[in-house]
Design a protein around this ligand. Sequence first.
Ligand code: ATP
Ligand code: SF4
Ligand code: MG
Length: 379
Amino acid sequence: MSPALIDLRDVTRTFMISSGAFRGKRPLQAVNGVSLQVRPGEVVALVGESGCGKTTLAKIMLGLLAPSSGEIIVAGQPVSAIGRLETARLLQPIFQDPYSSLNPRKSIGSIIRLPLKVQQAPEPQNWRRRVEETMELVGLAPRLYNHYPNQLSGGQRQRVAIARALINHPQVVICDEPTSALDVSVQSQILNLLRDLRSELGLTYVLISHNLAVVEHIATRVAVMYLGRIVEKTDTETLFKDPKHPYTRALLSSVLTPDPDLGIPDNQLGVVYPNPVDPPSGCTFHPRCAEAMDICSRVAPQRHERSATRLNVIFTRSDRTPLRPPMPCRHGPGRHRRSESPHRSVSRARLQKHRTDNCAPPDGRGPRAPASQNSGSGC
Ligand SMILES: Nc1ncnc2c1ncn2[C@@H]1O[C@H](COP(=O)(O)OP(=O)(O)OP(=O)(O)O)[C@@H](O)[C@H]1O
Ligand code: SF4
Ligand SMILES: [Mg+2]
């Protein structure tokens, strides 16, 4: 296996948050013990609810934020040893908002040229040609060289941001919700562009997105974050076919489908996202977890190797009583057993199949409870 381009080892980032007059500051763990490797050619997606720490993690990878603890290895060297300029040569960001990420006072040409200047690229007489070539590569007409950001559409501005990220031939591009500020038709153009550039230039992506359909189509691996931690990470196909963690299942079942008969999906998450300054005890997901047991509010699950026998002896679902506390819960991070829950639907086709297979609701809507719990009255 090729060595990781980015290797995060037990990275944490704590912000000290003011909790009101006379009450001092309290710690907010935006990223909590994250270990993640990004290998050449991969598209690693980070998904999770708003505020779970995706952007903070991206900024840590880019060297824009220092971690509170942990190690970040970029291209085999600690990020602190290679310096800001070298990090910027290897890793480039594309941010969510093409309106605020471009300097309105600079022309398109000088915005895209800036990284060449910062990195002191050779042959300044050729910079303009390089900029125009990159503009063509990302589908921008070179005639826009002297235009200003306010003269471009949202999609064109995002192409400028992509050109600026690519001009120095980085190895990894970190895309933080690159299409969420764009209208739907432009979104697909930008996503196709990113996909084509990846195969053309051999790029590696870290993709942050709330759009799970995009993640399913583009990513090769997915890490699911909840309250600063990665709760599940695996290759995309496995994650979408067989999500282990109840939170992943809830996320996947919240995907909207265009069929109005299917209604708005119920992701079963119930109560609101917890306050990260005062996270729940034990497993931080327990107040929202449909499969929580008594022990979940007291003992945080530990990472452990997947072993069917071991997983099965730790807790029994029938009485929900911990047999051997405080052994790790069988639902340790990334180690959840396949659930019988019918709420695992993801894609439209699978969702349709799921409803055909599992749903026999009294009113023709909504899923039926799993067979093991089904009392005949539906969900
Ligand atoms: N500079 C900061 N100072 C204090 N708290 C911060 C700072 N940056 C982020 N946070 C907090 O850290 C947590 C994670 O924020 P982050 O922006 O990484 O979330 P996110 O997953 O990117 O969310 P979204 O999907 O909405 O972009 C949030 O609770 C946020 O309030
Ligand atoms: S440890 Fe308990 S609360 Fe946490 S995800 Fe697993 S079952 Fe749910
Ligand atoms: Mg963010």
